[in-house]
Design a protein around this ligand. Structure first.
Ligand code: AMP
Ligand code: TRP
Length: 319
């Protein structure tokens, strides 16, 4: 089984990334041939500062390795180490109906948020389809927000295979419905673009300030607190041990504790969860050469797999 996923270097890694995608991707490295990459070409649709893009790429690499990605087990690389992806994206774009891309929520959302409607942003899902099909991936672990992009990938692959013969494996999305969407500080989906994130690798002070600032309702201290839709509980469920979560939830139902105390308790749970990753991150940070070597070696391996698929596609289309 081949597993593949990617993350855009468009900002710092946060809890939404971890629970939506990284945790299951990292676990899957033990179950098949895993290919994980940093989608730097994709990030160009929203990040136009070259220095920022560079440092984001490095941060994402550190973050994945610190969270347990093992380069002995998974091929870890930069999307741009395999420029063949663009040739495949072009081939795929010739069988992609405009309407399929026009329906994509992510394009509409980004425009609504003020990004310029560039061709790159519009064609984003075709490049993503090329990322996946180039490696003949069977399973793609992603967060729920990528579901539509996976459906587009499957549609494009089916269309191409129908027209040119069985060239591509049809990939299956692997979405953790139990996690679905990790809420951010304001209760909306945690996302870099909503500025409501809890980063995996931030300094202690700003981190605790953010946790203490999580939006809550105005239930008085003595009264039981609503559990339905509570951001505090949703985050606790992800990071606390089951017994600890049960106890935390009971203290909501019982009343008598204010949101300030409940946030402090959550902060302890979050910090305990993140400390091992943060320690690993600091170690890796002191050895940037090693991180670059890992990405370079991963790029070489990924490219040789990609070239085989591209050759197959070229023959199929008659080029
Ligand atoms: P991005 O940072 O948008 O490139 O997302 C990287 C991965 O993290 C994708 O698989 C997303 O679906 C996932 N992800 C990002 N934010 C969240 C969230 N708030 N909840 C669940 N998954 C998320
Ligand atoms: N679009 C994905 C995101 O924003 C990142 C991505 C690019 C990706 N190519 C991919 C994810 C291929 C999975 C497979 O999260």
């Amino acid at each position: 089984m081949r597993i593949l996923s990617g993350v855009q270097p468009s900002g710092a890694l946060h809890l939404g990334n971890y629970f939506g995608m990284m945790q299951s991707a990292i676990a899957l490295q033990n179950q098949g041939e895993a290919f994980y990459f940093i989608a730097d070409y994709h990030a160009m649709t929203t990040v136009s500062d070259p220095k920022l893009l560079q440092s984001n790429i490095h941060e994402i690499a550190l973050g994945f390795l610190a969270c347990g990605l093992d380069p002995e087990k998974a091929v870890f690389f930069r999307q741009s180490a395999v420029p063949e992806v663009h040739e495949l994206a072009w081939m795929l774009s010739t069988v992609t109906p405009m309407g399929l891309l026009e329906r994509c929520h992510s394009f509409k959302d980004k425009i609504a948020r003020g990004f310029s409607p560039s061709h790159g942003l519009f064609a984003y899902p075709v490049l993503m389809a090329a990322d996946i099909l180039l490696y003949q991936a069977n399973r793609v672990p992603v967060g729920k927000d990528q579901k539509q992009h996976l459906e587009v990938t499957r549609d494009i692959a089916l269309k191409f295979n129908e027209q040119y013969g069985e060239v591509f494996v049809i990939p299956e999305p692997d979405i953790r419905e139990a996690v679905a969407t990790v809420p951010g500080l304001d209760g909306q989906k945690m996302s870099k673009s909503y500025q409501n994130t809890l980063e995996l690798f931030s300094e202690a002070k700003p981190f605790s300030k953010k946790v203490m600032g999580i939006k809550t309702d105005s239930t008085p201290v003595e009264a039981p607190k609503p559990t339905e839709g509570s951001t505090l509980l949703a985050l606790s469920r992800l990071v606390a041990k089951p017994e600890e979560y049960q106890e935390y939830e009971s203290s909501f139902r019982a009343g008598g504790k204010g949101y300030g105390d409940l946030k402090k308790a959550l902060l302890v749970q979050l910090e305990r969860f993140l400390v091992p990753f943060q320690e690993e991150y600091q170690k890796l940070k002191s050895d940037p050469k090693k991180v670059n070597e890992i990405l370079h070696e991963g790029g070489v391996k990924a490219r040789s797999v990609a070239q085989k698929t591209l050759e197959k596609a070229r023959i199929a289309v008659g080029i």
